[in-house]
Structure formats: C-alpha cells, structure tokens
Design a binder for this molecule. Structure first.
Ligand code: NAD
Length: 333
C-alpha cells in the first residue's frame, strides 16, 4: 500500500496484526528457546512496525514491542532485580543507515567522537556481580528490569572466573554463547537420544543456561565474553570502551579482543568487511557488529530510550541464503 494512501485506521490495524505476530515469535524464541522463523524474518516485520510507528507516532503504545526489551523470565527460575536496566540494542541493516546513526550521534555530542567496533556475539546477555573479587551472582537480562538468577549454572562456565585478579566490587555484563563445535556435538547427542535438536547455537545457549539443574549447564560447554561495567563513576579507572576491554581481560575475565577503534564510516566499513570475511572461521556465532561511542563519559550524556542506548548500535549482517523456504506471511491488512 502506498504511504500516501495509508490512513490512521488502516495503520492501526496493520500494527495490531504485526504486533501480535511478533509477540508470538518472541515467546517462542525467548520463552521456549525454539524459534519457528528466521531472525531476518522477525527483523523484517519488526522494521515494518518501526516504520508504521514513525509515520504515525500517535499509535505508539507503551506495550508495543518497540518499547520493551523482548525476553520474559521463566516462571520456575528465581528472579533478580537489575541495579541498572539491561537494555537491547537498536539495529541497522545498511552502511547508509549506520552512517546516518554516526552523523546524528556526533551532532548530539560536543566533542569529536571515536567509535569502538566489536563483534556482536550471538548468545544471550549475562550480568555478573563480584564482591571483593568473588563471583556472588549471575543473572540473565529477562525483561531488562528483572532477570533470572542463574548463579549456580554460571559457576560451571569454564572461562568465567569465580575470582577476579583484584578484590573489586563490580557488576560486569557480557554475553554467554555456545561454541559451534559444542552445538554440533549437543545436537548429535540429542538426535541419538530422540530429542528435538536446538534451532541454533543462540537458542541452545539460552536453553542450557536457563536450567533448574546446574548439572545440565555443566555438560553444555558454554563460554562467555564480557564487554561492559556498571560503574558510571569510576569505570575501573579507564576512559574508553577499548581500554575497558583490556582492563576486563587484566582482571581475568574473558574478553573478545578483535575490536577496533574507528573514526569514520570508511574505517568502519573496512572493519565490517574484514570481520564478515572471517566470520565462518570463528568457533562462535556472530550476527553483526556493535558500534559504541568509545568515550565512556559520553555514554551517560547520550543516555538511552526505554529499550536501547543512544551511544551504541548493532549493524546486523544480511540474512544468509538458506536452502529452506522462509515462512511467507499473508497479512490480512
Ligand atoms: P539483539 O540480540 O539484536 O541485540 C542486543 C543484544 O546484543 C544485547 O542485549 C547483548 O546481549 C548482545 N550483544 C552481543 N554482543 C555484544 C557486544 N559486543 N556489545 C553489546 N551487546 C552485545 O537484541 P535482542 O533484543 O536481544 O533480540 C532481538 C533479536 O532477537 C531480533 O533482532 C531477532 O534477530 C532475534 N529474535 C528472533 C526471533 C525469532 O523468532 N527468530 C524472535 C525474537 C527475537
């Protein structure tokens, strides 16, 4: 339907149909760890909702999928309230929109920006709390405000230290993922046991971490990469995101050091091309590149919406060609 013909009433109906569909897919993905459509299909319909809401801002409801962090917590797991919300990330799918985002972010900042480009690890977000250097709590993102307490399970993730190299009190955030080789082995085993295989390593990681029985997590060979500290006053004494990653590694935390500081879209494009080319050689899944304002002091200045920070964005890789035919949605409006 051409945009100029779209009435408010039709847009409202279109939004309702798409919101219902997205909420069903989100439930399958987050609650059941069993998606029925490709992420690219979810992202395509989500983008349609954003476009409609941009065109008719009066139709944006607080319960819209664009206004909430998607996950819901599992009923049977204990809950943790986050000290600071765990947010999602805004996403872009082309260099042009990435360049636009950089331009707008620069316009909203008083100093010249540099950006830290990092791999977007395809797992699930985790928050780790250390007291006097000891790991005392691990929580999933959940709905952003309330997550699931998975401390007993995280203690079985081999590359997450129980003790930091310094006796610090801090909250570190990052991603838990399942290495590709562990994923293949797990699905072969599930096949032998007559169980349904996991759809992808991300869902296998989520299903393996959000378990009542830590022994299951122990068998699943999960791993983590950390990239954020919740400590706006001190930030471990460093000034940039790139320095923070090195500092986290010094503390003994697992960090992905394939990041690069860039100052222009040209440099960023080169980094994205390099990372895209060697993506298949990695033993973990990545679904894009996260671009973050490198100066940590500006993160607080730029702030966040209810769902995403304004100081970071995810560039998502184009969907890979699949042999299977994607489910085509026939919208009634
Ligand atoms: P997201 O996964 O696209 O991006 C946000 C997350 O990226 C962060 O919360 C963090 O956990 C992670 N991340 C990984 N590496 C990072 C890094 N270096 N720095 C910072 N963060 C990093 O957003 P989301 O809200 O978690 O999930 C939405 C996405 O999930 C959709 O875009 C879609 O692709 C997928 N999804 C798919 C279905 C489906 O049915 N297939 C349903 C719901 C959601």
């Amino acid at each position: 339907m051409a945009e100029d013909q779209l009435t408010l009433a039709t847009a409202e109906k279109m939004l309702a149909v798409r919101q219902t569909q997205l909420k069903q897919w989100a439930e399958e993905y987050y609650q059941n760890d069993a998606p029925t459509v490709e992420d690219s299909e979810y992202d395509r319909v989500y983008q349609e909702v954003i476009d409609l809401e941009n065109q008719f801002p009066e139709l944006i409801r607080t319960d819209s999928i664009t206004q909430q962090v998607g996950d819901q917590t599992k009923e049977n797991l204990p809950k943790v309230e986050h000290i600071q919300p765990m947010l999602s990330l805004g996403d872009v799918f082309s260099m042009d929109t990435l360049s636009d985002w950089m331009h707008t972010t620069q316009q909203n900042s008083s100093t010249a920006l540099a950006y830290n480009a990092e791999l977007k690890i395809d797992g699930l977000a985790i928050s780790l709390r250390y007291e006097n250097g000891s790991l005392i709590q691990a929580a999933t993102r959940g709905n952003g405000q309330i997550g699931e307490d998975v401390t007993a399970n995280v203690l079985y993730i081999q590359n997450i230290p129980h003790q930091l190299s310094e006796p610090l009190n801090l909250e570190v955030r990052g991603e838990v993922y399942m290495p590709k080789t562990a994923f293949v082995n797990l699905n072969e085993q599930r096949d032998r046991d007559g169980l349904t295989p996991f759809a992808n390593p991300r869902n296998a990681a989520a299903g393996s971490l959000r378990q009542l029985d830590p022994q299951i997590t122990k068998q699943r060979q999960l791993a983590g990469f950390m990239y954020q500290v919740i400590d706006s006053r001190n930030q471990l004494g460093v000034k940039t995101q790139a320095e923070l990653l090195i500092r986290l590694a010094e503390l003994g935390l697992p960090v992905n050091l394939t990041n690069q500081v860039v100052e222009s879209i040209v440099e960023l494009e080169r980094y994205i091309e390099q990372q895209t080319n060697q993506r298949d050689n990695l033993d973990y899944g990545i679904d894009g590149i996260v671009v973050k304002v490198n100066q940590l002091a500006l993160h607080e200045v730029l702030g966040a919406t209810v769902k995403v920070p304004r100081w970071a964005i995810a560039y998502k890789f184009p969907a890979e060609e699949k042999q299977t035919v994607l489910k085509e949605i026939e919208w009634t409006v």
